[in-house]
Design a binder for this molecule. Structure first.
Ligand code: NAP
Length: 234
């Protein structure tokens, strides 16, 4: 079997970096991406110091130019993409009531990053996955995107993750006759820049379900929402 190729977004730190680490350990060829080249290269060096080799490509998921360029680069270099981890995310609407949240400074950038980024990348890479009839797409959502648990606050982040969940179901259903499995997960509350130092989980724990979904067998689940490898309420 040919070596699998994986692309991870927002992978210079936090859960994304840990996902790269674990995928390489499984023998998968990893393209670590980051919006800042210096930060991305520093992350590549961090992994290299552990004896883990990954490639780096710059990718701001909100930039159409970056997205088109990375599709071109991956197609030219590998001719395939097997695993897409839509991990990059921002959470910038703490403690501001929905009535007062700035559309331009908070809602638009949050949805462009957390929802439209994954949406565009899925549209771009599924045709390449189809050529080899293999794909595993993992969307990193949040418990705050669980529609059944919605309460006040965090409107931008919640909308972006509810949308990501809905997007997952739509793509999974449209791809049901293929070997491309699209799933969404929540990592729980994880100690990262986004989660903060008080969070209860390590990045290893946060990454576990992502790795499981990225390496599902052909008869694995599709179009489902998971936490800790178990179904999680929509
Ligand atoms: N930590 C938690 O408790 C928690 C809980 C639920 C869900 N999640 C989800 O887990 C995912 C990873 O978050 P994390 O906790 O690892 O947070 P993190 O440490 O803040 O990492 C977020 C990553 O996303 C990158 N990013 C942000 N905007 C980007 C863009 N436009 N293009 C490309 N990369 C971009 C950041 O890059 P820069 O370094 O350049 O900013 C960083 O690498 C997110 O989708 C988040 O919503 C986290």
């Amino acid at each position: 079997m040919e070596q699998r190729i994986a692309l991870v977004t927002g992978a210079n730190r936090g859960i994304g970096l840990e996902v790269c680490r674990q995928l390489v350990r499984l023998g998968i060829r990893v393209v670590l991406t980051a919006r800042r080249e210096d930060k991305g290269r520093a992350a590549v060096e961090e992994l290299a110091a552990e004896g883990l080799n990954v490639s780096f490509l710059p990718l701001d998921v909100t930039s159409e130019k970056d997205r088109l360029r990375i599709l071109e680069d991956i197609t030219r270099e590998f001719g395939r993409l097997d695993i897409l981890i839509n991990n990059a995310g921002i959470s910038i609407d703490f403690n501001v009531p929905a009535l007062e949240v700035s559309f331009d400074e908070v809602i638009r950038p949050t949805i462009e990053t957390n929802l439209y980024g994954p949406l565009h990348l899925t549209q771009l890479f599924v045709p390449l996955m189809r050529k080899h009839d293999y794909g595993r797409i993992v969307n990193v959502s949040s418990g705050l995107g669980s529609f059944s648990k919605i309460t006040s606050g965090r409107i931008a982040y919640r909308l972006s993750k509810v949308g990501l969940n809905a997007m997952t179901k739509v793509f999974a259903d449209e791809l049901k006759d293929t070997n491309i499995l699209v799933n969404v997960m929540t990592p729980g509350w994880v100690r990262t820049n986004l989660g903060g130092v008080k969070a209860e989980r390590s990045t290893e724990q946060g990454a576990d379900t992502i790795i499981w979904l990225a390496t599902l067998p052909d008869d694995g689940p599709r179009g489902r929402f998971f936490r800790d490898r178990q179904d999680f309420p929509w």
